[in-house]
Write a protein that binds this ligand. Sequence first.
Ligand code: MIC
Ligand code: SF4
Length: 644
Amino acid sequence: MKQNIIEKILTAHLREGEFIKGKEIGIRIDQTLTQDATGTMAYLQFEAMGLKEIKTDLSVSYVDHNTVQIGFENADDHKYLASVAARYGVVYSRPGNGICHQVHLERFGKPGTTLLGSDSHTPTGGGIGQVAIGAGGLDVAVAMGGGLFYTAAPKVYLVKLTGELQPWVTAKDVVLKMLELLSTKGNVGVMLEYGGPGVKKLSVPQRATIANMGAEMGVTCSVFPSDNVTKKFMKAQGREADWTGLKADRGAKYDRVIDIDLATLEPMAACPHSPGIIKKISELEGKQVDQVCIGSCTNSSYKDLMTTAEILKGRKINPDVSLGIAPGSRQVMQMLARKGALTAMLDSGARILESACGFCIGNHFSPKSGGVSIRTNNRNFEGRSGTADAQIYLTSPEVAAVAAVTGKFTDPRKAGIAYPAIKEPAAFLLDDSMLIKPAAGGAKTEIFRGPNIGEPPSNGKMPEQLDGRVMIVVGDKITTDHIMPAGARLKYRSNVPKYAQFVFENVDGTFAKRCLESKAAGAHNVIVAGESYGQGSSREHAAMCPMYLGVKAVVAKSFERIHAANLLNFGIAPLTFKNPADYDTIKAGDKLTCGDWRAAAAEGKPVILKNARTGASIECVCDLSARQRAILTAGGLLNHTTRK
Ligand code: MIC
Ligand code: SF4
């Protein structure tokens, strides 16, 4: 049978189920990655499973999110992560070594393999030809223990690239175009495969930028072929031996083909407050800018940052603009330093930030009230920057750097600046001294647990009958940043009772308290939502903390993939309205009850919720595999796995 690249990788890793579109398959995971904000819980859960060591080919624990270290909490978590890595055979990437996705691409990604990461931008690895998927920490913990990862056999879309990018038009503009075409919702169960003659004109880091923001479309992953460009990149990283070629068979089938002529693209921006609101820079021209931030896992390559330096060289930033630059890996930072590029940045007036997530997650560098900020990262959800009313635009580093100089949105093609033609280096600077490889005898390592490290919360079995109370009714496109804010609250990731106080903090500050009262009274809490509930991050805290607050079901018009999986993993039933109009009949405070949901779900019948106030019967779809029903019944994946 003729196979596309995604089918090749998935069938080579298939261990359970049949490859029938939409049906659940279990695949073997070769590599995992975690980052600190999701990793502490993932490793606590790994420990709770009672395994002796990891069973993957490679697992890496990165520290890149919580590096601000105000108070003891972050540093305690880092120490815990370092000790747990040494104990179980995981590579530990120290704080300062860079953002997980950037470092993984540079030092570990291998074409043709599977990578599961507890971060939604794990698909960045698709740039080097991996089926790289983001998941909740618990799924990653299970994969580290040798368990399979379950996902629906996907629909595969081919994105056929022709032509070549013109000066000042970038990989970021390709993915912004894709967001314009596919939008941020309705793509659950889709994997993207890039192909066509335009691919060989894109470097691996450019491909990675494109694969990275597939997460914003809600696709499971985006995969590029592995060709001579890939080989050259891996050779320059001293890893030629890890290279294998990978291409689709001639005549391979796709569910949809999307054509993009790279030569016709223009510099673009995603506008407030969604990565799916796309405009051309020419339409925004002249708009004043207060802040510019360059970096993140989307745009942190050597070429991105060298180009930025070239634009800034010999120029001063506009006096009304604050420019922050965070090279995404220590490798890039070291190379910039040796090339004198950091000097050019400093001379221009830029503020050099740590090689970490930083501004992207609203950990620092928040803009002023109502400020306009141009950023090169991937998400601009309302409030994510740490400033509730800031206006965040997402662009390429080229557009961002030019705006830092002019003080306003400027079409870089008309800025009178010579296009910096930076080449990919033939050899990257190789220094893995911040990657701590597990040593022999590591199993004896004592695990450090500071006062910030709590136990992962436990859950009882799922009740047979629901005595539900609607605690909140929210609208469409609720992101995990709405459900479980990060930024200043990030440091409580390892302390669920504390972190749970902030669930829906910016939507309804009374939610957590009301839930705890209702839980104490013996009721089952319910969240009612519109379309695309749980967009964005993989943070399982957006399910784990609601579980702690006694939430037993979320009833929504539709769910995003990772969040739906996280809800199940934490024993919360994701129920989809059969008739979306029923959403309008429910109010906060309503009592929703149902009989034995399991019997209905097992027979593939709708679960019927009765609304005591209106007397209406609401049909909900609970389309779960037998494995998923068992997880839900057990009260979550941890209960289910430890029992097994
Ligand atoms: C994000 O970009 O939202 C994050 C922070 O990297 C999250 C993970 C987290 O919340 O820890 C993600 O993308 O999964
Ligand atoms: Fe870090 Fe931002 Fe990338 Fe998330 S999207 S991993 S916060 S840089």
